[in-house]
Write a protein that binds this ligand. Sequence first.
Ligand code: 4AD
Ligand code: MG
Length: 430
Amino acid sequence: MDAHIEDIARCEGQTVTLKGWLHNRRSSGKIHFLTLRDGTGFIQAVMSKQTVGEEAFTRADHLGQETSVVVQGVVRADTRAPGGYEIDVTSLEVVGESHDYPITPKEHGVDYLMDRRHLWIRTPRQHAILRVRHEIIDAVRDFFNGRGFILADTPIFTPAACEGTTTLFPVQYFEDTTAYLTQSGQLYNEANAMALGRVYCFGPTFRAEKSKTRRHLTEFWMVEPEMAYATLDDVMELGEALIVAIVERVLERRRTELETLERDVSRLEAVKAPFPRMSYDEAVEILKKEGLPFEWGGDFGGTDETVLSQRFDRPLLVHRFPSAIKAFYMKPDPARPELALGVDFLAPEGYGEVIGGGERLADLDLLLQRIKEHDLPQEAFEWYLDLRRYGTVPHAGFGMGIERTVAWICGLEHIRETVPYPRMLYRLYP
Ligand code: 4AD
Ligand code: MG
């Protein structure tokens, strides 16, 4: 019977066939201890000379790390084993040999590993991160689908900027014009929301980030909900519910992976609604009191975000930023027009902004004015302006960066491990 390591508990006492790779091996005279992996997990297989015979036992003597193997054996419960079970091997067949595997159990430098990312992802830690990533994405989809949001995809080649012109990737292909890789699906999302009510898009987005930080990728995945007839408050509530749902789901289904990552799960268990909220004004007061050289009107840097979020055990919502430091599409606060009705969700433990969003500018004249102030080409936004010409309504939405979320939930030091093949200023290979 074919089996997967993650389901092995159901096969106790049975003879199973495992198809995978040899992760590690040590021998003591008449016994080989083989650590096998099959993509779903890792398990120890015990091969004794007595059971498999002299010849098969000797053949297994020289198997290199990452040799692909098909192993048959009996599943035995063992409280000392990491997953609670071991395999007593009855036969082993080599599928593909592997010699001088470049990633050994010893320590390697980050650049060395990044150059071999296609192999690095086979190790227990990377394996655990990618499985948590999968769970987070699955939780996100279930969350929106379960609430009646329609998935409506937005284009990757776009004629205009969404998040400022300094981080655009130009593409020369279309006649008489430069296309740009999308920074965010938001503008198209707004059109989709006017057609479908509540929508989301979920895809890769691109930022030509010139800075080399542990929080920035040049290509990252973002999920973006957008709602017609909605306000800033609706966005804060939806984002809060989304994060709670994601954390609950990972705690429920990915305990093993969090253990592999040595994640302090009590920090995740604390993430419950309601999340603390404060205005930009209040945040500035706190930064000043903490002695940081911050002036009203500035944008938060990584350190500012860390200082603010470290005061709480769950994400912090900072709302109503100065319009001058925010995107052109943000609605001004009617009570104080110099402020934008936007919100940033700052993850705890210094992981920075995971969600950014707010209420959109629904008024045609003011939007036209903002496009001019931001020096954006009006022709490229005519279709977007149409949304204000033909039945404009208050609407709001946000974007959540998947990799930032994975980094936080897994407790990683750097965002480069959150995606199979990270793209950064100095990283395009493999
Ligand atoms: O705050 P941002 O720039 O917001 C937008 O793009 C809006 N148009 C979204 C919307 O309202 N529909 O980006 C949203 C999130 C950030 O909070 C962060 O999690 C992530 O995207 N993000 C990045 N993640 C990794 N690397 C980068 N360079 C990122 N830039 C933003
Ligand atoms: Mg932002």
